[in-house]
Design a protein around this ligand. Structure first.
Ligand code: IPE
Ligand code: IPE
Ligand code: MG
Length: 251
C-alpha cells in the first residue's frame, strides 16, 4: 500500500482500553502491587499523547471497575490517592493541549474530596475541542445500562415518554458517552481476554485487541501496533506501523 493511500479516516475514532496487569508487572520485579499502579500513570500519559498525535477523537480508559472495591482496603486507598494526585498534576497539561477530560462512572461512592477534584477537572476542560479522554472509574457496563433504564423508567412514570417509545436510539442517548461515536477498537493488556464488565452496549461492534504486555510497559509503539492491527483488520491489508506513524502530527 502506498503511503498516500492511507488516510486518517482509516483510523479508529474511539479507542477503549482495559489497562490491566499492573499488579503482575510489579510482582515480577519483587515489588508491591501499588508500585505497578504508580508506574501505570506513565503509560496513561504516553497513550494520551500518542492518541492525540494520531488525531483520535476519543479515548476511554478503564481505571477502576465497580468490582474493584473488592480488593484489599489498602490497595483501594492507594488507588484513590493516586487518582486525586494525578487529577491535580495532569489537568493543567491536558487543558493546555485543548483536551477534554471526563470521568465516567458512579461518582457518588467517591470521597467528597475526590468528587470535588473530578468536578473541577471536568469544568476546567469542558469547553476544549480536542480529543475527549474518558476515565472510567467505579464504572461497570451493567451499571451504565441500569442507570439508562432507570432514567427512562422515570420519564415513562412522569408521562414524558410512553413505554412504546423506547428503542435502541433512546437507550443509547441515556448511556454515558452518548455524545461520542461507539468504540471501534478495544485494547486489553496483560493477556486476559475478557471484558470484565467494561462497556457492554458501546462495544457491540468493536474490534478487540489483546496484547500480553502488562499495562506499565504500554507505550507509543504498543498503541501504533494496535492501531496498525485495527487498520489491517478493516481489510486495508498491508498497512505498516511506519505508515501509521507517518499520520502522526499530520492532522
Ligand atoms: C489493572 O491492573 C489496574 C486496576 C485494575 C486498577 P491490576 O491491578 O488488575 O493488575 P493485575 O491484573 O493484578 O496484574
Ligand atoms: C479490569 O481489570 C478493570 C480495570 C482495568 C480497571 P481487573 O484486573 O480488575 O479485571 P478482572 O477482575 O481480572 O476481570
Ligand atoms: Mg487485573
Amino acid at each position: 500500500m502506498q503511503k498516500s493511500q492511507l488516510s486518517v479516516d482509516a483510523l479508529p475514532q474511539h479507542i477503549a482500553i482495559i489497562m490491566d496487569g499492573n499488579g503482575r508487572w510489579a510482582k515480577a520485579q519483587g515489588k508491591p502491587r501499588v508500585f505497578g499502579h504508580k508506574n501505570g500513570v506513565a503509560a496513561v500519559r504516553k497513550t494520551i499523547s500518542t492518541a492525540t498525535r494520531l488525531g483520535i477523537k476519543a479515548v476511554t480508559l478503564f481505571a477502576f471497575s465497580s468490582e474493584n472495591w473488592r480488593r484489599p482496603e489498602e490497595e483501594v486507598g492507594v488507588l484513590m490517592e493516586l487518582f486525586i494526585t494525578v487529577l491535580s498534576t495532569e489537568v493543567k497539561r491536558l487543558h493546555k493541549n485543548n483536551l477534554r477530560l471526563r470521568i465516567i462512572g458512579d461518582k457518588s461512592r467517591f470521597s467528597s474530596r475526590l468528587q470535588k477534584k473530578i468536578a473541577e477537572a471536568e469544568a476546567k476542560t469542558a469547553q476544549n475541542t480536542g480529543m475527549v479522554i474518558n476515565i472510567a472509574a467505579n464504572y461497570g457496563g451493567k451499571w451504565d445500562i441500569t442507570q439508562a433504564m432507570s432514567a427512562l423508567a422515570q420519564k415513562v412514570e412522569s408521562g414524558e415518554l410512553s413505554s412504546g417509545d423506547i428503542n435502541e436510539e433512546l437507550i443509547t442517548q441515556h448511556l454515558t458517552m452518548s455524545d461520542i461515536p461507539e468504540v471501534d477498537l478495544l485494547i486489553r493488556t496483560s493477556g486476559e481476554c475478557r471484558i470484565s464488565n467494561f462497556m457492554l452496549w458501546q462495544l457491540a461492534y468493536a474490534e478487540m485487541y489483546f496484547t500480553p504486555i502488562y499495562w506499565p510497559e504500554f507505550g507509543e509503539d504498543s498503541l501504533v501496533e494496535a492501531v496498525t492491527w485495527f487498520v489491517n483488520r478493516e481489510r486495508r491489508f498491508g498497512c505498516t506501523g511506519e505508515q501509521i506513524k507517518a499520520l502522526m502530527d499530520n492532522q
